[in-house]
Write a protein that binds this ligand. Structure first.
Ligand SMILES: NC(=O)c1ccc[n+]([C@@H]2O[C@H](COP(=O)([O-])OP(=O)(O)OC[C@H]3O[C@@H](n4cnc5c(N)ncnc54)[C@H](OP(=O)(O)O)[C@@H]3O)[C@@H](O)[C@H]2O)c1
Length: 310
């Protein structure tokens, strides 16, 4: 699958569970690194991280550090030169665990330079604007992203948590995947939450990769997919797979630009993630799964007021 000019595997690894969890307990570092190594061994070449994926506000960069260490210490057969590291900036965390946003040019440049230093890369493969900053117009935020690209700090630009209007505006500022502009959108999308079908349709039209975040509904609900959605359990039985594997296959069946990034914190999970790639659902099974009714409850319902567009 192509993200702009870069070829990656048809499924990626979401690295957030190494550093940011609902329980606030993070797995041992060696386990996280072994999970990345298992993913590389299995041919996964897209790793999704973010600067704010960290156990606490004062350990920002924790997740990027683990990704960097895993790539540095990998001794397996895969060529790490073909791995795309996708990180994000624009979210902020401060003392007392306050969460905020900073997509100003200075704020985004400082975050990006810190990510570059941690990742040990001259330029970031894919840099995604994490969340809108309501203190600025979206036009200005897209300009911040364009400035990082024009300065050579990032190779490719993506958006996250955007509306269709924001995507269209960013396309005006940065261009699309064929002219070095927006190559990806990362929005929440799972059996539970499918509110951004208009964004997905636009991505499909333009060849912009859609990275559904929390594709299994997030760490807690991931284990309950089969019990919450009887159709997924039913199809899983029909194709002799797990309900989670069926979710990943179904997502990929929704659009040629869909590239799921399931999170994992254990090497054993990687085998199942990769197994999902060999499932072929019939058109009838795909339609039956799509017909299940989402609960439409977001993992992060309080996204704050949206930015003005211009
Ligand atoms: N842009 C954003 O605002 C945003 C927000 C949230 C997440 N994200 C990204 O999206 C990624 C995925 O989201 P997520 O980690 O929240 O949720 P998720 O992918 O829906 O669920 C992750 C959980 O699913 C389990 N799992 C994964 N594959 C499985 C399989 N085949 N069978 C059984 N269990 C499986 C993992 O178990 P184990 O831990 O036991 O391995 C993990 O606990 C994150 O890692 C992050 O990169 C982005």
């Amino acid at each position: 699958m192509r993200i702009g000019d870069f070829s990656v595997s048809a499924i990626g690894l979401g690295c957030m569970p190494f550093s940011l969890t609902m329980t606030k307990i993070v797995p041992p570092r060696e386990q996280s690194i072994a999970t990345v190594h298992a993913a590389l061994d299995a041919g996964i070449t897209l790793l999704d991280t973010a600067n704010v994926y960290a156990p606490t506000w004062d350990t920002i960069g924790h997740n990027e550090e683990i990704v960097a260490e895993a790539l540095r210490t990998y001794t397996g057969p895969a060529d790490v030169g073909v791995v795309m590291v996708a990180t994000k900036g624009g979210s902020a965390r401060g003392e007392g665990e306050t969460w905020g946003r900073n997509a100003s040019l200075d704020g985004l440049r400082a975050a990006c330079e810190k990510s570059l230093a941690i990742l040990g890369m001259p330029s970031i493969d894919l840099y995604q604007l994490h969340r809108h900053d309501p203190k600025m117009t979206y036009f200005e935020q897209a300009q911040s992203l364009a400035a990082l690209r024009d300065a050579g700090l990032i190779r490719r630009a993506g958006l996250s948590n955007c509306t269709l209007a924001e995507l269209n505006l960013a396309l005006e500022v940065l261009g699309g995947p064929t002219d070095g502009g927006i190559v990806s959108v990362q929005n929440e999308f799972s059996p539970r939450y499918r509110n951004d079908v208009d964004v997905l349709d636009r991505c499909t039209e333009l060849g912009i990769v859609f990275l559904p975040w929390s594709p299994l509904g997030g760490a807690v609900q991931a284990q309950e997919v089969g019990s919450r959605y009887a159709e997924f359990a039913q199809v899983a039985e029909e194709v002799s797979a797990s309900a989670q594997e069926v979710v990943l296959a179904w997502l990929r069946g929704l659009s040629p630009v869909m590239l799921p990034i399931p999170g994992a914190s254990r090497p054993a999970t990687i085998a199942s993630i990769v197994r999902s790639l060999s499932i072929s659902l019939t058109a009838e099974q795909q339609a039956r799964l799509t017909a299940t009714v989402p609960e439409s409850v977001s993992m992060f319902p309080d996204n704050g007021p949206r930015s003005a567009l211009r």
